[in-house]
Design a protein around this ligand. Sequence first.
Ligand code: T4K
Length: 400
Amino acid sequence: MSMMRHKPAVLGGTPRFAEPVYVTRPRLPEHRVYSELTARIFETSWLTNDGEFVRRLEDRLRVRLGAGFCASVCNGTVGLLIALRSLDLRGDVITTPFTFPATTHAIEYSGLTPVFCDIDPYTYNISPEQVAEVVTASTAAVLPVHVFGNPCDVMGFERLANEHDLKIVYDAAHAFGVSHRRRGIGSWGDLSIFSFHATKIFHTAEGGAIVGADPSRFASVASLRNFGIVNEEVVRGIGINGKLSEFHAALGLTVLEMFDDEVSNRAQRVALYRKRLSVEGISMQRVEPDTVPNHAYFTIEIDTDSFGMSRDQLHRAMRAENIITRKYFYPLCSDNLAYRSLPSAQVDRLPNAHRVASRVLCLPLYGELSLDTIEGIAECVLSLKHAAASLPSNDVAASL
Ligand code: T4K
């Protein structure tokens, strides 16, 4: 592969791709397959509220995720709200600032106080050691995120929870199908939530699930997603409407059939990216050992000095090529005006998170993305690196 094959669009070249290459695309079944399956919904007129497709999907997912129970919900954010509510928490919840806003918002919406903890600079996750440093008498729970599907130190969090009598709720939005230490990722902690949003490797268009090892938690979670209704005579707890519809569940059943194929296609694409992008100035997230990954995301980390341009400059230059990379997760949640004044949100307390958020770039990855396109994307990254280094001032920023 020639590094000079392509003149960067920001320097006057033609964009590498005529159409945008998105960071992800949802895997969909053939329309015929979905329409045959959902014909049943038209026959029965049963659209939601504990229907047969929801039950089937939950059964399949429970087995697939190696969990004691699986309660589907209308999205991952509502899953987080219900999970936190079901544990009847008061006080502080320690979490990561390097995540999608939903994680922190769910804590705040629940009347709890988010306490940010710095991340590990290599795994991008919060670690039990770092969390231990910020635990106080007010800490009720920890809400770690398996960032980009990379498992947290689940054993360490288990020890921490026992030592300090804390609940652990994992935000496993990215981690569907991941296993760690030969266990499904959703079997760790008190509860885990998954997102089944269209951008996720397994999706139901919108949707999610609350999963845990202990089947006795299912009843309270299931009633909280249905207004707190226990039965026709009893309403208990402050529930909300968090139900998944039959159409979404049916879509999930069809997407689940393609999941293993999707993961193996992505693994092949990730291997190609890794091979092409093993160059100075680019590093990659360190994955916990003993993990079967799902390849939900592919990220690179840019070191401005040795790469020759910053992550932001690369992001803009890639966009000029019609390659829509994403700066997940910039800005940090701790920088949101709503949280900025919290003592734990202060910049000097979160040095790793700030560094990682300014360096990480998420590249396009999905099973149907052709290997040629991956080659083209990698070639653009390398051409840009090459062009950056050859500019006299080495200041590509001015021309982007
Ligand atoms: N916790 C964590 C750690 C999370 O990352 C998330 C969600 C949650 C909790 C909450 O889960 P949910 O309540 O969402 O279930 C997306 C998603 O909306 C969000 O679900 C996800 N994390 C986040 C990381 O990414 P955006 O604003 O970046 O997505 P958007 O609309 O820019 O889509 C990205 C690309 O995907 C598009 O450029 C093209 C493609 N796309 C997107 C959609 C929606 C499609 O091809 N088809 C589509 O229908 O947030």
